[in-house]
Design a protein around this ligand. Structure first.
Ligand code: ATP
Ligand code: MG
Length: 233
């Protein structure tokens, strides 16, 4: 592992889907470097493969070919080692939040820590981890919403809970898939500001897939996914 290598690199990533006997090649040799502390925006038309790319980068799905490197170290792409690397290194923010409706805000934020820690460690550190979850929620203006369940929260509040959750395990890299895509203009601006602050103040490295032009304008760099490869936008 090297301190000088990009925090994240993708080399020659390929991914196809087979539907009704037909193969659709979505990613056709994607290369990408993310520098430490960088905010990279990825744009591209609907169906160009942006979500597919984020899923491969974040070790949520297995590419057909290529490598994902973290600080120059090749990441495992399958099995328990991939799951561990995913939970330790990456935080995820999705367009539709993906919160668990039967759990309150604090419990949702705690979920990645419960998964990462395992039963014994979880019991030992529960108080400290709960404190961290509450601090994150308070930071994002949700001190009065700790025990609301997702159906009792607005869209913007849900996304702020999801961002708190994405930070719970102190991920090296945040992967955001259309984080403002389901929000009205003002709420989208709030979420954009929040992610921008995380990048500038905390030097949080992040990749943001977005249709939101203002988001792309905030980013250090924007790449476009077109015909299965990334190019400068
Ligand atoms: N699980 C799957 N099985 C088959 N085809 C899939 C699967 N997931 C995605 N695809 C196809 O791969 C292509 C890329 O999909 P993807 O969701 O990555 O696009 P996207 O750029 O994120 O689009 P959007 O902007 O609408 O979110 C699409 O043609 C889609 O139909
Ligand atoms: Mg998508």
């Amino acid at each position: 592992m090297s301190d000088h290598a990009p925090i994240l690199s993708v080399r020659g990533l390929f991914k196809s889907y087979r539907m009704a006997g037909r193969e659709i090649a979505v990613l056709r040799g994607v290369d990408l470097d993310l520098q430490r502390g960088e905010m990279l925006a990825i744009v591209g038309h609907s169906g160009s493969g942006k979500s597919t790319l984020l899923h491969q980068i974040g070790l949520l799905d297995r590419p057909d070919g290529g490598e994902v490197l973290y600080c120059g170290e090749v990441m495992p792409l399958v099995g328990a080692r991939a799951a561990l690397a995913r939970n330790r290194r990456f935080g995820f923010v999705f367009q539709f939040y993906h919160l668990l409706p039967e759990f309150d805000a604090v419990e949702n934020v705690l979920m990645p820590a419960m998964i990462l820690q395992g039963a014994g460690e979880w019991r030992r550190r529960k108080r400290e981890l709960r404190q961290r979850a509450e601090t994150l929620l308070a930071r994002f203006g949700l001190a009065e919403r700790m025990h609301h369940r997702p159906p009792q929260l607005s869209g913007g509040e849900r996304q702020r809970v999801a961002i708190a959750r994405s930070l719970m395990n102190e991920p090296a890299i945040l992967l955001c898939d259309e984080p403002t895509g389901n929000l009205d203009r003002n709420t989208a601006a709030e979420v954009r500001t929040l992610l921008g602050e995380l990048n500038r103040v905390d030097q949080q490295s992040m990749v943001v897939v977005t249709h939101d032009r203002e988001f792309a304008a905030d980013a250090d760099r924007t790449l476009e996914l077109l015909d299965g490869t990334l190019r400068t936008s």
